[in-house]
Design a protein around this ligand. Structure first.
Ligand code: AMP
Ligand code: ZN
Ligand code: ZN
Length: 423
Protein backbone atom coordinates (compact mmCIF):
# COMPACT_ATOMS: atom_id res chain seq x y z
CA UNK A 1 0.00 0.00 0.00
CA UNK A 2 2.61 2.54 1.09
CA UNK A 3 5.56 0.49 -0.04
CA UNK A 4 6.60 2.17 -3.28
CA UNK A 5 6.42 5.53 -1.55
CA UNK A 6 8.26 4.09 1.42
CA UNK A 7 11.30 3.27 -0.71
CA UNK A 8 11.24 6.56 -2.60
CA UNK A 9 11.14 8.60 0.59
CA UNK A 10 14.07 6.65 1.99
CA UNK A 11 16.08 7.27 -1.16
CA UNK A 12 15.29 10.98 -0.91
CA UNK A 13 16.42 11.01 2.70
CA UNK A 14 19.67 9.26 1.76
CA UNK A 15 20.36 11.78 -0.97
CA UNK A 16 19.76 14.58 1.50
CA UNK A 17 22.15 13.01 3.94
CA UNK A 18 24.80 12.60 1.28
CA UNK A 19 24.94 16.39 1.17
CA UNK A 20 25.67 16.64 4.90
CA UNK A 21 29.21 16.93 6.17
CA UNK A 22 28.49 15.17 9.46
CA UNK A 23 26.88 11.81 10.03
CA UNK A 24 23.19 12.08 10.84
CA UNK A 25 23.67 10.75 14.35
CA UNK A 26 26.28 13.33 15.28
CA UNK A 27 24.68 16.33 13.67
CA UNK A 28 21.44 16.16 15.60
CA UNK A 29 23.03 14.78 18.74
CA UNK A 30 24.86 18.05 18.91
CA UNK A 31 21.53 19.85 18.99
CA UNK A 32 19.39 18.07 21.52
CA UNK A 33 20.35 14.43 21.76
CA UNK A 34 23.79 14.47 23.35
CA UNK A 35 24.65 14.14 26.98
CA UNK A 36 25.77 17.18 28.91
CA UNK A 37 29.44 16.65 28.15
CA UNK A 38 28.63 16.44 24.46
CA UNK A 39 31.05 13.52 24.23
CA UNK A 40 28.66 10.74 23.40
CA UNK A 41 25.17 10.75 21.89
CA UNK A 42 22.53 10.09 24.54
CA UNK A 43 20.56 6.89 24.04
CA UNK A 44 16.79 7.23 23.84
CA UNK A 45 14.62 4.93 25.96
CA UNK A 46 10.91 4.75 25.11
CA UNK A 47 8.62 3.05 27.62
CA UNK A 48 4.94 2.31 27.01
CA UNK A 49 2.57 1.53 29.85
CA UNK A 50 -0.47 0.23 28.02
CA UNK A 51 -3.71 2.02 29.03
CA UNK A 52 -2.07 4.30 31.60
CA UNK A 53 -4.78 6.95 31.59
CA UNK A 54 -3.37 10.46 31.95
CA UNK A 55 -5.19 11.02 35.23
CA UNK A 56 -3.77 7.87 36.86
CA UNK A 57 -0.67 9.99 37.48
CA UNK A 58 -0.29 12.14 40.58
CA UNK A 59 -2.73 10.14 42.70
CA UNK A 60 -0.26 8.43 44.98
CA UNK A 61 0.08 5.27 42.85
CA UNK A 62 2.92 6.53 40.67
CA UNK A 63 5.72 7.93 42.86
CA UNK A 64 8.45 7.06 40.33
CA UNK A 65 6.62 8.41 37.30
CA UNK A 66 5.70 11.55 39.20
CA UNK A 67 9.33 12.06 40.17
CA UNK A 68 10.38 11.54 36.55
CA UNK A 69 7.83 14.21 35.55
CA UNK A 70 9.09 16.63 38.21
CA UNK A 71 12.65 16.17 36.93
CA UNK A 72 11.58 16.60 33.32
CA UNK A 73 8.54 17.31 31.20
CA UNK A 74 4.97 16.12 31.51
CA UNK A 75 2.15 16.73 29.06
CA UNK A 76 -1.25 17.59 30.52
CA UNK A 77 -2.26 14.64 28.43
CA UNK A 78 -1.65 13.11 24.99
CA UNK A 79 -4.46 12.45 22.52
CA UNK A 80 -4.55 8.94 21.08
CA UNK A 81 -5.29 8.44 17.40
CA UNK A 82 -8.45 6.77 16.13
CA UNK A 83 -9.17 3.96 16.91
CA UNK A 84 -7.98 4.25 20.55
CA UNK A 85 -6.66 0.68 20.55
CA UNK A 86 -3.27 -0.81 21.34
CA UNK A 87 -1.76 -1.90 18.03
CA UNK A 88 -2.89 1.10 15.95
CA UNK A 89 -1.58 3.55 18.55
CA UNK A 90 1.69 1.81 19.28
CA UNK A 91 2.50 1.89 15.57
CA UNK A 92 1.47 5.54 15.41
CA UNK A 93 3.83 6.41 18.26
CA UNK A 94 6.82 4.94 16.39
CA UNK A 95 5.90 6.11 12.87
CA UNK A 96 4.17 9.46 13.40
CA UNK A 97 1.47 8.25 11.02
CA UNK A 98 -2.19 7.95 11.90
CA UNK A 99 -3.52 4.38 11.78
CA UNK A 100 -5.37 5.06 8.53
CA UNK A 101 -2.01 5.89 6.92
CA UNK A 102 0.28 3.30 8.51
CA UNK A 103 -2.23 0.54 7.86
CA UNK A 104 -2.53 -1.07 11.31
CA UNK A 105 -6.09 0.21 11.36
CA UNK A 106 -7.37 -1.99 14.20
CA UNK A 107 -6.32 -4.79 16.53
CA UNK A 108 -8.37 -7.05 14.26
CA UNK A 109 -8.05 -6.63 10.49
CA UNK A 110 -8.71 -8.42 7.25
CA UNK A 111 -6.88 -8.02 3.95
CA UNK A 112 -7.61 -9.98 0.83
CA UNK A 113 -4.69 -12.24 0.04
CA UNK A 114 -3.15 -11.72 3.47
CA UNK A 115 -5.96 -13.09 5.64
CA UNK A 116 -6.86 -12.09 9.16
CA UNK A 117 -4.81 -10.17 11.71
CA UNK A 118 -5.46 -10.67 15.40
CA UNK A 119 -3.40 -9.52 18.36
CA UNK A 120 -3.36 -13.03 19.77
CA UNK A 121 -2.15 -14.56 16.48
CA UNK A 122 1.61 -14.32 16.92
CA UNK A 123 2.27 -15.49 13.35
CA UNK A 124 0.26 -12.54 11.99
CA UNK A 125 1.73 -10.11 14.53
CA UNK A 126 5.23 -11.16 13.40
CA UNK A 127 4.43 -10.95 9.68
CA UNK A 128 5.99 -7.82 8.14
CA UNK A 129 3.31 -7.66 5.44
CA UNK A 130 0.93 -6.22 8.03
CA UNK A 131 3.42 -3.50 9.05
CA UNK A 132 3.83 -1.31 6.00
CA UNK A 133 5.36 1.83 7.39
CA UNK A 134 8.82 2.43 8.84
CA UNK A 135 8.98 2.40 12.64
CA UNK A 136 11.72 4.43 14.27
CA UNK A 137 13.80 1.38 15.13
CA UNK A 138 14.02 0.49 11.43
CA UNK A 139 15.03 4.06 10.59
CA UNK A 140 17.63 3.96 13.37
CA UNK A 141 19.04 0.62 12.20
CA UNK A 142 19.25 1.92 8.62
CA UNK A 143 21.19 4.91 9.94
CA UNK A 144 23.61 2.58 11.72
CA UNK A 145 22.23 3.00 15.26
CA UNK A 146 21.67 -0.28 17.12
CA UNK A 147 18.23 -0.74 18.65
CA UNK A 148 16.82 -3.09 21.29
CA UNK A 149 13.09 -3.55 21.69
CA UNK A 150 11.10 -5.37 24.35
CA UNK A 151 7.77 -6.49 22.82
CA UNK A 152 6.68 -3.22 21.27
CA UNK A 153 3.86 -4.14 18.87
CA UNK A 154 5.47 -4.62 15.47
CA UNK A 155 8.95 -5.36 16.77
CA UNK A 156 8.59 -9.10 16.18
CA UNK A 157 8.23 -8.49 12.44
CA UNK A 158 10.91 -7.91 9.83
CA UNK A 159 9.91 -4.58 8.32
CA UNK A 160 11.41 -3.46 5.01
CA UNK A 161 14.02 -6.20 5.50
CA UNK A 162 15.14 -4.85 8.89
CA UNK A 163 14.77 -6.07 12.49
CA UNK A 164 15.93 -4.46 15.70
CA UNK A 165 19.48 -5.58 16.62
CA UNK A 166 17.86 -7.16 19.69
CA UNK A 167 14.21 -7.85 20.33
CA UNK A 168 12.20 -9.80 22.86
CA UNK A 169 8.91 -11.45 21.99
CA UNK A 170 5.72 -10.52 23.82
CA UNK A 171 5.64 -12.70 26.92
CA UNK A 172 3.36 -11.89 29.82
CA UNK A 173 5.08 -14.48 32.02
CA UNK A 174 8.19 -12.29 32.30
CA UNK A 175 7.68 -9.94 35.24
CA UNK A 176 7.81 -6.19 34.76
CA UNK A 177 10.76 -6.08 37.17
CA UNK A 178 12.74 -8.61 35.10
CA UNK A 179 12.03 -6.69 31.92
CA UNK A 180 13.21 -3.49 33.60
CA UNK A 181 16.43 -5.18 34.73
CA UNK A 182 17.18 -6.46 31.26
CA UNK A 183 16.54 -3.12 29.59
CA UNK A 184 18.78 -1.45 32.19
CA UNK A 185 21.51 -3.96 31.34
CA UNK A 186 21.19 -3.12 27.65
CA UNK A 187 21.75 0.55 28.42
CA UNK A 188 24.66 -0.21 30.75
CA UNK A 189 26.65 -1.86 27.97
CA UNK A 190 29.77 -0.20 26.60
CA UNK A 191 29.17 2.45 23.96
CA UNK A 192 30.14 0.07 21.16
CA UNK A 193 27.19 -2.29 21.75
CA UNK A 194 24.78 -0.13 23.75
CA UNK A 195 21.50 0.42 21.92
CA UNK A 196 20.97 4.01 20.82
CA UNK A 197 17.23 3.40 20.84
CA UNK A 198 15.62 1.03 23.34
CA UNK A 199 11.92 0.42 23.95
CA UNK A 200 9.96 -1.39 26.63
CA UNK A 201 6.29 -2.37 26.66
CA UNK A 202 4.27 -3.13 29.83
CA UNK A 203 0.73 -4.54 29.55
CA UNK A 204 -0.47 -5.10 33.16
CA UNK A 205 -2.36 -1.82 33.56
CA UNK A 206 -4.38 -2.57 30.44
CA UNK A 207 -5.23 -6.10 31.56
CA UNK A 208 -6.41 -5.04 35.02
CA UNK A 209 -8.31 -2.07 33.59
CA UNK A 210 -10.27 -4.34 31.22
CA UNK A 211 -11.03 -6.92 33.85
CA UNK A 212 -11.94 -4.66 36.76
CA UNK A 213 -12.51 -1.16 35.37
CA UNK A 214 -10.36 1.96 35.60
CA UNK A 215 -11.21 2.79 39.22
CA UNK A 216 -10.77 -0.68 40.72
CA UNK A 217 -8.16 -1.42 43.40
CA UNK A 218 -6.74 -4.13 41.13
CA UNK A 219 -6.10 -1.55 38.43
CA UNK A 220 -4.43 0.79 40.93
CA UNK A 221 -2.25 -2.15 42.01
CA UNK A 222 -1.24 -2.78 38.37
CA UNK A 223 -0.41 0.91 38.02
CA UNK A 224 1.83 0.61 41.09
CA UNK A 225 3.52 -2.45 39.58
CA UNK A 226 4.26 -0.67 36.29
CA UNK A 227 5.44 2.41 38.18
CA UNK A 228 7.74 0.28 40.31
CA UNK A 229 9.25 -1.30 37.18
CA UNK A 230 9.98 2.14 35.76
CA UNK A 231 11.47 3.14 39.13
CA UNK A 232 13.67 0.06 39.13
CA UNK A 233 14.98 0.84 35.66
CA UNK A 234 15.58 4.50 36.52
CA UNK A 235 17.36 3.57 39.77
CA UNK A 236 19.57 1.08 37.93
CA UNK A 237 20.59 3.80 35.46
CA UNK A 238 21.19 6.25 38.31
CA UNK A 239 23.44 3.74 40.13
CA UNK A 240 25.60 3.47 37.01
CA UNK A 241 25.62 7.27 36.63
CA UNK A 242 23.80 6.89 33.34
CA UNK A 243 20.49 8.49 34.21
CA UNK A 244 21.47 12.01 33.22
CA UNK A 245 22.90 10.70 29.98
CA UNK A 246 19.77 8.92 28.72
CA UNK A 247 16.67 10.57 27.31
CA UNK A 248 13.69 8.70 28.74
CA UNK A 249 10.18 9.04 27.31
CA UNK A 250 7.24 7.30 29.00
CA UNK A 251 3.98 7.12 27.07
CA UNK A 252 0.73 5.26 27.02
CA UNK A 253 -1.37 4.36 24.01
CA UNK A 254 -4.84 5.35 25.32
CA UNK A 255 -6.86 5.56 28.52
CA UNK A 256 -9.66 3.38 29.91
CA UNK A 257 -13.40 3.92 30.46
CA UNK A 258 -15.69 2.07 32.85
CA UNK A 259 -18.16 -0.37 31.26
CA UNK A 260 -21.07 -0.79 33.67
CA UNK A 261 -22.89 -4.11 34.02
CA UNK A 262 -25.20 -4.72 31.07
CA UNK A 263 -23.64 -2.00 28.91
CA UNK A 264 -23.13 -4.36 26.06
CA UNK A 265 -24.71 -4.79 22.62
CA UNK A 266 -24.71 -8.10 20.71
CA UNK A 267 -23.26 -7.56 17.23
CA UNK A 268 -25.96 -9.87 15.84
CA UNK A 269 -28.52 -7.31 17.03
CA UNK A 270 -26.72 -4.54 15.15
CA UNK A 271 -27.10 -6.19 11.73
CA UNK A 272 -28.50 -9.59 10.61
CA UNK A 273 -25.66 -11.97 9.84
CA UNK A 274 -27.17 -12.78 6.43
CA UNK A 275 -26.61 -9.13 5.46
CA UNK A 276 -23.04 -8.62 6.68
CA UNK A 277 -19.92 -10.07 8.28
CA UNK A 278 -18.31 -8.54 11.33
CA UNK A 279 -14.61 -7.78 10.74
CA UNK A 280 -13.87 -6.28 14.15
CA UNK A 281 -15.84 -6.15 17.39
CA UNK A 282 -15.41 -4.13 20.57
CA UNK A 283 -15.76 -0.37 20.40
CA UNK A 284 -14.84 0.49 16.81
CA UNK A 285 -16.90 -2.13 15.02
CA UNK A 286 -15.95 -2.91 11.40
CA UNK A 287 -18.69 -4.38 9.22
CA UNK A 288 -18.54 -5.70 5.64
CA UNK A 289 -21.92 -6.08 3.88
CA UNK A 290 -22.28 -9.35 1.98
CA UNK A 291 -22.42 -9.33 -1.83
CA UNK A 292 -25.82 -8.06 -2.95
CA UNK A 293 -26.75 -7.02 0.58
CA UNK A 294 -25.09 -3.59 0.69
CA UNK A 295 -28.37 -1.69 0.58
CA UNK A 296 -29.99 -3.82 3.28
CA UNK A 297 -26.95 -3.57 5.57
CA UNK A 298 -26.63 0.19 5.08
CA UNK A 299 -30.34 0.73 5.69
CA UNK A 300 -30.09 -1.12 8.95
CA UNK A 301 -26.83 0.36 10.15
CA UNK A 302 -26.10 3.88 8.92
CA UNK A 303 -26.84 6.66 11.37
CA UNK A 304 -27.47 7.00 15.05
CA UNK A 305 -28.68 4.15 17.29
CA UNK A 306 -28.97 3.64 21.02
CA UNK A 307 -25.33 3.34 22.23
CA UNK A 308 -23.59 3.63 18.82
CA UNK A 309 -23.43 5.40 15.49
CA UNK A 310 -22.45 4.00 12.06
CA UNK A 311 -20.99 5.57 8.94
CA UNK A 312 -19.77 4.48 5.51
CA UNK A 313 -15.98 4.34 5.74
CA UNK A 314 -15.52 7.51 3.65
CA UNK A 315 -17.94 9.49 5.76
CA UNK A 316 -16.56 9.18 9.28
CA UNK A 317 -16.03 12.40 11.28
CA UNK A 318 -13.03 14.18 9.71
CA UNK A 319 -11.29 14.68 13.06
CA UNK A 320 -10.70 10.91 13.25
CA UNK A 321 -8.59 10.92 10.05
CA UNK A 322 -9.91 7.44 9.36
CA UNK A 323 -11.58 5.55 6.55
CA UNK A 324 -9.42 5.73 3.43
CA UNK A 325 -7.25 2.72 4.09
CA UNK A 326 -8.33 -0.39 2.14
CA UNK A 327 -8.14 -2.33 5.42
CA UNK A 328 -10.97 -0.29 6.95
CA UNK A 329 -14.20 -2.23 6.34
CA UNK A 330 -17.01 -0.51 4.34
CA UNK A 331 -19.05 0.38 7.45
CA UNK A 332 -17.67 1.50 10.81
CA UNK A 333 -19.83 1.71 13.94
CA UNK A 334 -18.47 3.66 16.89
CA UNK A 335 -19.76 2.63 20.30
CA UNK A 336 -20.62 5.33 22.83
CA UNK A 337 -18.31 5.66 25.81
CA UNK A 338 -18.74 2.75 28.20
CA UNK A 339 -20.49 0.40 25.74
CA UNK A 340 -19.09 -2.75 24.12
CA UNK A 341 -20.27 -4.68 21.05
CA UNK A 342 -19.51 -8.40 21.21
CA UNK A 343 -21.00 -11.65 19.86
CA UNK A 344 -24.24 -12.71 21.58
CA UNK A 345 -22.56 -15.90 22.81
CA UNK A 346 -20.04 -13.79 24.75
CA UNK A 347 -22.68 -11.44 26.14
CA UNK A 348 -24.08 -14.38 28.06
CA UNK A 349 -20.62 -15.18 29.47
CA UNK A 350 -20.10 -11.79 31.10
CA UNK A 351 -20.34 -12.10 34.87
CA UNK A 352 -23.49 -10.26 35.99
CA UNK A 353 -23.03 -7.19 38.12
CA UNK A 354 -19.35 -6.69 37.29
CA UNK A 355 -17.94 -3.40 36.06
CA UNK A 356 -15.28 -3.79 33.38
CA UNK A 357 -13.16 -1.39 31.39
CA UNK A 358 -12.73 -0.68 27.69
CA UNK A 359 -11.01 1.78 25.38
CA UNK A 360 -11.46 2.35 21.68
CA UNK A 361 -13.90 5.20 22.22
CA UNK A 362 -13.71 8.65 20.65
CA UNK A 363 -10.09 9.80 21.20
CA UNK A 364 -11.39 13.23 22.22
CA UNK A 365 -13.01 11.82 25.39
CA UNK A 366 -11.17 12.59 28.65
CA UNK A 367 -11.30 8.87 29.53
CA UNK A 368 -9.18 8.08 26.45
CA UNK A 369 -6.37 10.50 27.32
CA UNK A 370 -2.90 8.98 27.28
CA UNK A 371 0.14 9.97 29.34
CA UNK A 372 3.45 11.53 28.27
CA UNK A 373 6.52 12.12 30.45
CA UNK A 374 10.08 12.85 29.29
CA UNK A 375 13.31 13.31 31.19
CA UNK A 376 16.96 13.61 30.23
CA UNK A 377 19.60 15.93 28.83
CA UNK A 378 17.36 16.98 25.95
CA UNK A 379 14.50 18.07 28.20
CA UNK A 380 13.79 20.98 30.47
CA UNK A 381 13.06 20.27 34.12
CA UNK A 382 9.74 20.64 35.89
CA UNK A 383 7.75 21.70 32.84
CA UNK A 384 4.12 20.84 32.09
CA UNK A 385 3.24 21.25 28.43
CA UNK A 386 -0.21 21.47 26.84
CA UNK A 387 -1.87 18.40 25.39
CA UNK A 388 -0.80 17.23 21.92
CA UNK A 389 -1.57 14.38 19.51
CA UNK A 390 0.42 11.17 19.74
CA UNK A 391 1.62 11.52 16.11
CA UNK A 392 3.90 14.28 17.45
CA UNK A 393 6.11 11.89 19.43
CA UNK A 394 7.83 10.50 16.32
CA UNK A 395 9.19 13.85 15.07
CA UNK A 396 10.55 14.45 18.58
CA UNK A 397 12.25 11.05 18.69
CA UNK A 398 13.89 11.25 15.26
CA UNK A 399 15.23 14.65 16.26
CA UNK A 400 16.70 13.20 19.47
CA UNK A 401 18.31 10.37 17.53
CA UNK A 402 19.44 12.58 14.70
CA UNK A 403 18.05 10.33 12.01
CA UNK A 404 16.02 11.37 8.98
CA UNK A 405 12.28 11.73 9.59
CA UNK A 406 10.06 9.76 7.26
CA UNK A 407 6.98 11.51 5.97
CA UNK A 408 4.55 11.63 8.90
CA UNK A 409 1.44 13.27 10.32
CA UNK A 410 3.15 14.75 13.36
CA UNK A 411 4.46 18.16 14.31
CA UNK A 412 7.23 18.74 16.83
CA UNK A 413 6.02 22.30 17.61
CA UNK A 414 3.83 21.42 20.65
CA UNK A 415 6.84 19.65 22.21
CA UNK A 416 9.39 22.41 21.70
CA UNK A 417 8.55 24.18 25.00
CA UNK A 418 9.77 21.02 26.73
CA UNK A 419 13.16 20.88 25.01
CA UNK A 420 16.28 22.15 26.74
CA UNK A 421 17.66 23.70 23.55
CA UNK A 422 16.50 24.47 20.01
CA UNK A 423 13.29 26.25 20.88
P1 AMP B 1 -5.95 -3.81 23.64
O1 AMP B 1 -7.16 -4.54 24.08
O2 AMP B 1 -6.13 -2.97 22.44
O3 AMP B 1 -5.40 -2.94 24.74
O4 AMP B 1 -4.82 -4.89 23.33
C1 AMP B 1 -3.83 -5.07 24.28
C2 AMP B 1 -3.30 -6.45 24.29
O5 AMP B 1 -2.44 -6.69 23.19
C3 AMP B 1 -2.41 -6.68 25.49
O6 AMP B 1 -3.14 -6.91 26.67
C4 AMP B 1 -1.61 -7.84 25.04
O7 AMP B 1 -2.31 -9.03 25.35
C5 AMP B 1 -1.52 -7.71 23.55
N1 AMP B 1 -0.17 -7.33 23.11
C6 AMP B 1 0.47 -6.21 23.43
N2 AMP B 1 1.69 -6.16 22.84
C7 AMP B 1 1.81 -7.27 22.13
C8 AMP B 1 2.84 -7.77 21.28
N3 AMP B 1 3.98 -7.10 21.06
N4 AMP B 1 2.62 -8.94 20.68
C9 AMP B 1 1.45 -9.60 20.87
N5 AMP B 1 0.46 -9.17 21.66
C10 AMP B 1 0.62 -8.02 22.29
ZN1 ZN C 1 -3.53 -0.51 24.77
ZN1 ZN D 1 -6.70 -2.82 26.19
Amino acid sequence: MHLPFFRLAWLAALLLLAGCSTTPARSAAGRTGSDQTGSEPAPLLLISIDALRADYLGKGDTPHLDRLARQGVRAEWMNPSYPALTFPNHFTLVTGLRPDRHGVVHNTMREEGLGDFRVADLAAVGDGRWWRAEPIWVGAEKAGLPTAIWAWPGSAAEIDGVRPTRWKPYDESVSAARRADEVARWLEEPAATRPRFAALYLEMVDGAGHEHGPDAPQTREAVREADAAVGRLIDALARKRLLDRVNVIVVSDHGMAAVLPGHVVAVEDMVPMEDATIVSIGQSVGIAPRTGRVEAAEKRLLGRHDHYECWRKGELPARWHYGRNPRVPPIVCQMDEGWDAIPAANVAKRPPGATRGSHGYDPALPSMRAAFIARGPAFRKGIVIAAFDNVDVYPLMVRLLGIPARENDGDIAPLLPGLATDK
